[in-house]
Design a protein around this ligand. Structure first.
Ligand SMILES: [Zn+2]
Length: 329
């Protein structure tokens, strides 16, 4: 693969090449950082250029969305050296160098790194919308270029796209702080579409799908964060006593889409329902309903049992009808 630098970089501010891992051609994983101080990418790049310890990152993204590149992708940067105790087992496959050791793989030789400016020392400032847009676009380009595995890793991050805290869980536990991983996941899974899905319209408060159904408030924000244009709403948002039937759930709002059901509860905010779990619950209820069908006998019918059965069957049938209607199955 010919190694090229990303086209969306706004400015090159390269650190001295002798401070990089020259020709390392990193590309096994992508590591996300936040700076815990500063707001501008150029200021952080200047710090790297003059840092006697040789710290650096391939990219720095400022709060204004500016992307500064400090190390060419053909070289390794200086952000991810060594693992600390408690590191994510993902890194074990690379035989990583441990802090204080001189053997093993220096992770700077196999990883690409992105810094995000955050003036808060605990990295708690949300990315600005310009910063988020630049970050997601750059990551999408890198994922496409290097084929990073973006499958969820079960710990809120992705298989090959990790936070610095997975390498150094003690001294860098707050790097990258509140980076919006789930939004990034949604964006990448949606093929890198952020904003109004193709064929939909938006007037600033209401999204309208091609079939005329509307999406508003938190569900609108979720769609705008990255959405498959074909995943159109099949109904309007509405309130329900339980947002899920087959998973313990609170009262809230739901809206069913072609492939998705969005739920909102006070406790969980906006989230995608585990629709497979709901579907299996319905199918099991249907099987139970069929199994409970009465054996017709002329004599010995217990009117109480018949009444109970009919009530149960009617309730289950109503549940199923509600689910099938709302999910568009
Ligand atoms: Zn970091």
């Amino acid at each position: 693969m010919t190694i090229v630098d990303p086209p969306m970089v706004n400015k090159l501010m390269l650190v001295p090449e002798q401070n990089t891992f020259i020709g390392a051609q990193p590309g096994n994983a992508l590591v996300i950082h936040k700076t815990a101080s500063g707001t501008s990418a150029e200021a952080v790049a200047n710090f790297f250029i003059n840092d006697p310890n040789g710290a650096s990152s391939h990219f720095v993204i400022g709060q204004d969305g500016e992307i500064v590149q400090c190390v060419h992708l053909v070289n390794g940067a200086g952000a991810n050296c060594c693992v600390e105790n408690g590191f994510d087992p993902y890194w074990q496959q690379f035989n990583p160098m441990h802090v204080g050791s001189s053997t093993g793989t220096n992770l700077n030789t196999i990883t690409i790194s992105i810094e995000h400016c955050d003036p808060a020392s605990d990295n708690s400032t949300p990315l600005t919308s310009a910063q988020k847009a630049s970050s997601f676009k750059l990551i999408k380009w890198l994922v496409d270029q290097y084929g990073f595995d973006i499958t969820p890793d079960g710990h809120g991050q992705m298989v090959d796209v990790k936070g610095h805290n997975t390498i150094d869980p003690i001294n860098r536990a707050r790097c990258p702080g509140n980076y919006p991983w789930s939004e990034l996941q949604t964006y990448l899974q949606g093929g890198g579409t952020m904003g109004v899905p193709a064929g939909w319209t938006d007037n600033g408060t209401t999204l309208t799908a091609p079939n005329g159904h509307k999406v508003v408030h938190g569900f609108r924000a979720k769609v705008l964060a990255g959405w498959d244009p074909a995943d159109i709403p099949l109904e309007e948002e509405h309130q329900v006593a339980h947002v899920e039937n087959y998973y313990a759930s609170d009262a809230g709002a739901i809206q069913t889409f072609n492939y998705t059901r969005l739920c909102y509860t006070v406790a969980r905010g906006v989230y995608k329902m585990g629709i497979g779990n709901e579907l299996l619950g319905c199918e099991k209820a249907l099987v139970a309903c069929k199994a409970a069908a009465p054996v017709t006998t002329i004599q010995g019918i217990d009117p109480v049992k018949v009444k109970t059965f009919l009530q149960t069957a009617a309730a289950k049938a109503a549940d199923l009808e509600t689910f099938i209607t709302s999910s568009g199955l």
